[in-house]
Design a protein around this ligand. Structure first.
Ligand code: HEC
Length: 283
């Protein structure tokens, strides 16, 4: 039990985890704000509801502040990510920052709802606060969805998925006659398994591209050609995405460091030599 609590507290020290936990607060509070503001507008006489609406908007403002702050920490400790993921992080940030404005307006309106004069201002403000509450709930949901996409589609902030493949025994490697196939197994496939397979394999590989299948690598149309054109690394989209200086928009892997120069060189050489593929021998 104590162990579990300690693990939980330790996990919160990781900025990404902390952000993931904190962002639930504005999600819940924005929905609560919409609900309580609505009830306060309907039951105009009920002072508790009126104060309640103000309190929830104030809490939403505070939680939006904490969420944005923790998001910034998460962003700073994220390491390198692709240009596209980066742009999405910024959009997510802008969406998130707007939550403040919503909650501040909501808070102001719940304050105005206390006014008795001039006539009608109180009622209008109460309904205004309701509208702002509903709008912020929608806005927060959109922001959260956007953040979720960053995590699930771009892997931003998640640990590197690892696929542990047992090393191929030397005897099995020695039995392979084609040196290009051996090179693939020793120098190329491990890079795919280590840095790509977490997103590019399984039932729903990203972009439909499965790095555990030569058919997928050679035949699938990418945005600008095939991932691999045997014999022609300069025409292979894979080379453009792993070579971050190529000027190509997508950069793979989209998070973590770029591949090592020798890993890129190995993949390039492998493609130039005809992209000979061999499934690892099973014993
Ligand atoms: C964290 C998940 C993730 C990892 C790891 C990853 N990719 Fe991707 N990859 C994506 C996503 C998402 C897309 C689709 C991007 C888009 O369409 O905007 C993509 C697209 C691609 C494309 C198609 C690009 C295009 O413009 O058509 C190639 C090629 C590719 N990845 C290769 C790789 C290689 C090689 C590795 C390993 C060195 C790798 N990826 C690692 C998520 C990942």
């Amino acid at each position: 039990m104590l162990e579990t609590i300690r693990d939980m507290i330790e996990a919160l020290e990781v900025p990404q985890t902390r952000h993931a936990v904190i962002v639930h607060a504005p999600v819940v509070l924005s929905m609560l704000a919409a609900l309580v503001a609505l009830l306060a507008a309907i039951c105009r006489k009920n002072l508790t509801l009126r104060w309640g609406a103000a309190a929830v908007f104030a809490a939403l403002l505070g939680s939006a502040f904490l969420a944005t702050n923790s998001g910034e920490d998460a962003e700073h400790s994220m390491g390198q990510i692709s240009t596209k993921a980066h742009r999405m992080v910024h959009e997510h940030e802008e969406l998130a920052e707007t939550v403040w404005i919503f909650s501040a307006i909501g808070l102001g309106l719940t304050g105005l709802a206390f006014l008795k004069k001039p006539k009608g201002v109180g009622v209008m403000s109460a309904w205004g606060a309701t509208a702002v509450g509903i709008a912020s709930a929608g806005w927060v949901a959109n922001t959260a969805h956007h953040g979720g996409k960053l995590v699930y589609s771009f892997g931003v902030g998640t640990p590197n998925p690892e696929i542990d493949e047992p090393p191929i025994p030397q005897s099995a490697l020695d039995a392979i006659t084609d040196p290009r196939a051996r090179f693939f197994l020793t120098d190329v496939r491990p890079v795919f398994m280590d840095r790509c397979v977490g997103c590019h394999s399984g039932l729903e590989p990203e972009h439909g591209l499965d790095v555990t299948s030569i058919a997928s690598l050679m035949h699938l149309d990418m945005d600008y050609g095939r991932a691999i054109v045997p014999g022609a690394p300069e025409r292979s989209v894979m080379m453009k995405v792993i070579n971050w200086d190529s000027g190509y928009e997508e950069k793979m892997p989209p998070r973590g460091d770029a591949l090592q120069p020798e890993q890129i060189a190995a993949i390039e050489q492998w493609i130039r030599d005809g992209a000979v593929w061999l499934d690892p021998p099973t014993e």
